[in-house]
Design a protein around this ligand. Sequence first.
Ligand code: NDP
Ligand code: GDR
Length: 324
Amino acid sequence: MTKVALITGITGQDGSYLAELLLEKGYLVHGFMRRTSSFNTARIDHLYQDQHEPDRRLFLHYADLTDGSRLVTLLESIRPAEVYNLAAQSHVRVSFDEPEYTGMATGLGSTRLLEAIRMIGLDCRFYQASSSEMFGATPPPQNEQTPFWPRSPYGVAKVYSHWMTRNYREAYGMFAVNGILFNHESPRRGETFVTRKITRAVAEIAAGKRSELFLGNLDSVRDWGYAPEYVAGMWAMLQHSEPADYVLATGTAYTIRDFLQFSFEHVGLDWQKYVKFDERYLRPSEVDSLIGDASKAASVLGWRPKVLTPELARIMVDADQRAL
Ligand code: NDP
Ligand code: GDR
């Protein structure tokens, strides 16, 4: 029988790659998107099928994670076998400006979804997009046993969602899992995250269209992987016989300076000539170092990342040059 999946946050980076993967696997895919005054579907336009096509396999619905009754109504009618909760206010810096909204969407949004599933008695598997930001100030390497010490309203909201997901698993026997994903990027990464901000600037600087790039803290260490490989890991978590939480990461560590180096040297430029400091991009409390240990995902799911940060930077610069 054809499997039915639901993706919240289908218009985001991960949602778009996951929709592609599930369609390739033969699923019927339903996606929740927000109503916005201008189009927000650029990442999934290539998958879009007209409503009147007879064999349509992608269905989009307006829904906001802050609107619980809408989630109940839609889940009741779609009755998916797998629910991937990827929607969130996902920007760490912005979460300091909008802590309350971040709590409502990134935190309580997951509870609304879990509670909707429980209320209608839906038998489905649930994936929660947990984050390495939950580890915050706890030193690396971080794995499933590492204590959380979130350093932003975003990280705090994700910890809440993480524990609610575990609680629904323990309290109601739900197949609910947390994927604790370290940073993963791609040419579809939002333009205000540091990797994409850098690779877009590199493309523009190489084309002579600009001469400066303003950034904040260049010393933080991140474990950057390639988004399409990470959504395959999400799917694998929901196919396993037992629900459990998994870290996905490359296990490698680079600073923002390293990412600048990889990106600028790919077009033969010296980053130090173009990068300027702007304190507006600093965070009130920073996460200094995230380096993941994904050995559980490797041994249980057979998940192993192939693209590491230097190659990732080149993929993203190439894509931004083509887009320009
Ligand atoms: P994006 O920011 O690219 O996508 C977020 C998605 O959530 C978008 O579709 C957005 O819609 C939607 N959204 C935001 N607020 C709401 C809301 N109130 N109701 C409904 N939808 C909403 O994030 P990513 O794709 O990078 O990440 C996917 C998930 O994984 C997020 O939950 C993120 O926090 C988490 N995560 C990401 C990591 C990463 O490195 N990328 C690492 C670990 C966790 P719109 O397009 O309209 O803005
Ligand atoms: P992060 O990603 O906070 O790790 O969250 P981001 O790319 O925003 O920041 C990474 C590091 O770069 C430093 N930095 C800057 N960041 C941004 N955005 N803009 C700048 O100009 C800049 N200059 C320096 C930051 O201080 C930080 O140390 C991402 C999101 O996708 C989350 O949703 C996800 O959960 C985590 O990754 C894992």
